[in-house]
Design a binder for this molecule. Structure first.
Ligand code: SF4
Ligand code: SF4
Length: 80
């Protein structure tokens, strides 16, 4: 099951969470410096996408590859 959050803000970022793979370890929630993520019913949820800096820590540290961060600003090179 795919849960995709897309929203316009200063960082044009998409966070994709594959809930089927997420085991609810909360590593990503604890690592995120911006409190973008939170646990809900044993799965991770994007709760504050506007604050995401696309640092990629959550994706890097997820042991189950359940979270993917796509920095669209980087792709299109339109960063302010
Ligand atoms: S680190 Fe991965 S498996 Fe753990 S809660 Fe986050 S998305 Fe789920
Ligand atoms: S990319 Fe960085 S700021 Fe964004 S949710 Fe992941 S850890 Fe948090």
């Amino acid at each position: 099951m795919q849960n995709t959050a897309v929203k316009k803000k200063k960082k044009d970022v998409i966070i994709e969470i594959n809930e089927a793979w997420c085991k609810g370890c909360a590593i990503c929630v604890e690592l995120c410096p911006e409190d973008v993520l939170a646990m809900e019913k044993g799965k991770v949820k994007v709760v504050n996408l506007e604050a995401c800096t696309a640092c990629g820590f959550c994706e890097l540290r997820c042991p189950d590859f359940a979270i993917v961060v796509i920095d669209k600003g980087k792709l299109s090179k339109q960063d302010e």
